[in-house]
Design a protein around this ligand. Structure first.
Ligand code: ADP
Ligand code: ADP
Ligand code: ADP
Length: 213
């Protein structure tokens, strides 16, 4: 399967991804995770992406299309993939479609994590992450067994620098202006499935499985 997850920051894409990935043996390509790794490693890509990310603005289309093009060549992606956080502009979607067309393939399903903006601040400001595994916790909705510590490894959890109310505002603006048109782009192709992303995580998982069965 070739899937796209679209939704605003905090809508639950990263939480549902590991479950979908394991059920269907897909690779999980999250452009946000790849960009954060590049920033931490101070690679040329990371140096170019850092400023926009800190402000909650989108990184340029060419940079992210480049990383996705490269990442999709991995052997683990040949059976299919989950794109999490990409495409975020119509230009990115068109370039992705071109890349897939060249391989004679296309996107099977776009999962739209529809949710009201009002819920997202609490989700984002309470988010804690185990960076090396990508496991995500929430102080209220999914607390770790011990505060600030990953359940599996016992390693410390971190909060993302851009997970503040102020930066969330810019990220939501970018979502509504630049990413919502991507949903319409795929609606015209009849590929979009709507999820009720405000529901508890397990109920969202049930909806996802129904859509993909
Ligand atoms: P995204 O990847 O879309 O930005 P995440 O999956 O990281 O979102 O979720 C954001 C925060 O909200 C995390 O702290 C996560 O634990 C929590 N969360 C995810 N899904 C739900 C849900 N259905 N209900 C309540 N909290 C959730
Ligand atoms: P979230 O999980 O909260 O939706 P991400 O981790 O996907 O956020 O993205 C973090 C930041 O990385 C974004 O605010 C943006 O600056 C950058 N980014 C990630 N994916 C893209 C993309 N496809 N196009 C442009 N910028 C991106
Ligand atoms: P208005 O245009 O009146 O400001 P919107 O059309 O943006 O209202 O939608 C109303 C609410 O539904 C908003 O809070 C928005 O976050 C949410 N919403 C609308 N479309 C989506 C979508 N595709 N994904 C997530 N949330 C959405």
């Amino acid at each position: 399967k070739r899937l796209i997850l679209i939704g605003p920051p905090g809508s639950g894409k990263g939480t549902q991804s590991p479950i979908i990935k394991d059920d269907y043996c897909l690779c999980h390509l999250a452009t946000g995770d790849m960009l954060r790794a590049a920033v931490a490693a101070k690679t040329p890509l990371g140096i170019k992406a850092k400023e926009a990310m800190e402000k909650g603005e989108l990184v340029s289309d060419d940079l992210v299309v480049g990383i996705i093009d490269e990442a999709m060549k991995k052997p683990s992606c040949q059976k299919g993939f989950i794109l999490d956080g990409f495409p975020r502009t119509v230009v990115q979607a068109q370039k992705l479609d071109d890349m897939l067309q060249k391989q004679g393939s296309k996107i099977d399903k776009v999962l739209n994590f529809a949710i009201d903006d009002a819920i997202l601040e609490e989700r984002i400001t309470g988010r804690w992450i185990h960076p090396s595994s990508g496991r995500t916790y929430h102080t209220k909705f999914a607390p770790p067994k011990a505060p600030g510590v990953d359940d599996v490894t016992g390693e410390p959890l971190i909060q993302r620098k851009d997970d503040t109310a102020a930066v969330l505002k810019s990220r939501l603006e970018a979502f509504h202006k630049q990413t919502e048109p991507v949903i319409d782009y795929y609606k015209k192709k009849g590929a979009v499935a709507e999820l009720h992303a405000e529901k508890p995580p397990k109920e969202v998982t049930t909806e996802v499985k129904k859509v993909l069965s």
